[in-house]
Design a binder for this molecule. Structure first.
Ligand code: ADP
Ligand code: MG
Length: 321
């Protein structure tokens, strides 16, 4: 297959066709019509073999995840997804691999009505970059900056499942059975788009949790110049996580610093909590109160016995070592 056959066969006619795409794949660049009165939200994320995923990773999951992590960033800004670009570096033109990869990518794109409008295809070590674009009504983007003392801190979904699955896959070698639901969270994260949109005009600060709650809430605290107190007893944990925690196999750190959760962490003033409850049905996932914002800087974690807890690790940093 030539480069152009790859583009034509697997990406040339994407399943989503939006009326705001004036010109999609096939020219030097895409031509797009943003809606009046809205701002564009742009984000990009790269998945590199050997760094973000292991050689031999299921291509269908990779297709899903490479778009999902970008949708998660759009969700954290309160954006409605619209368009995306795909830059693909492939070691070879493997038809079976490309079919599965495109299948995972296009299925998720269809669910979120986001159209592939261009990209780039090159040869080299496997690496997948997606750039996604969405809209928000002007002035309504959700940022990391608006947390205030007294605000309540919430998270969507459950924490630590992806890290738990990675730990089981990489370090347990059969000693702990793979939990299917946790493995799904690792390989096929669900972007919280509906939750992000429901939080417009309500949340003070929002971030998506990609590097672990402690690190990502830390970014809200830094940007907002505040601190937070979090009750570990309140952390939403899956049944699988709780079982392994009760039997002493795992502690708090996978939920606090494991990464790859792709849940939203957000703050809401107490006066707006009834509105949060009213919007709960729109959000498509559970929201759990885990603590509150305080004036003094720093993150204070309290364990169920009331003692201060210090995580054994911090969030993932590509250049930390
Ligand atoms: P150029 O050389 O002008 O950058 P290319 O030959 O790289 O154009 O690409 C031709 C068309 O195919 C462009 O519209 C480009 O955006 C699109 N394209 C290339 N690779 C991909 C891909 N992996 N996914 C989607 N569109 C792609
Ligand atoms: Mg060109």
């Amino acid at each position: 297959m030539t480069e152009f056959e790859i583009i034509r066969r697997f990406f040339g006619t994407p399943p989503v066709q939006r009326t705001d795409v004036v010109l999609g794949i096939g020219d030097d660049a895409a031509v797009l019509q943003p809606p009046a009165g809205h701002e564009l939200i742009l984000t990009t994320d790269t998945l590199v073999e050997g760094r973000h995923f292991r050689p031999g990773e299921d291509p269908e999951s990779l297709g899903h995840k490479s778009l999902a992590v970008n949708l998660s960033d759009l969700a954290a800004m309160g954006a409605e997804p619209a368009w995306f670009l795909l830059s693909l570096t492939l070691p070879q033109a493997d038809e079976q691999w490309l079919t599965a990869f495109a299948g995972g990518l296009h299925a998720l794109a269809r669910r979120f009505n986001i159209q592939l409008v261009g990209g780039n295809t090159t040869r080299g070590p496997l690496s997948i970059s997606v750039t996604a674009c969405g809209f928000v009504p002007a002035g309504q983007a959700l940022t990391r900056r608006g947390a205030q003392p007294g605000d309540r801190v919430y998270v969507t979904g459950t924490l630590g499942d992806a890290a738990l699955a990675l730990w089981i896959e990489q370090e347990q070698h059969g000693r702990t059975p793979v939990d299917h639901a946790a493995a799904e969270r690792l390989h096929r994260p669900e972007p919280r788009i509906a939750a992000g949109i429901a939080l417009r005009g309500l949340a003070g600060a929002v971030i998506d949790i990609s590097d672990g709650l402690a690190a990502d809430l830390g970014h809200i605290l830094e940007s907002s110049r505040v601190g937070a107190r979090i009750d570990l007893a309140r952390l939403p944990l899956s049944d699988a996580y709780r079982r392994l925690q009760t039997s002493g196999v795992v502690g708090w750190d996978l939920a606090l610093a494991g990464g790859d959760d792709y849940e939203l962490c957000f703050t809401v003033p107490p006066s707006r909590e009834p509105e949060l409850t009213r919007r709960a049905a729109q959000m498509g996932c559970a929201c759990t109160l885990i603590g509150e914002i305080v004036a003094s800087p720093g993150l204070v974690l309290t364990d169920p016995e009331g003692r201060r807890y210090q995580p054994g690790r911090t969030g993932y940093d590509h250049f930390a070592d």
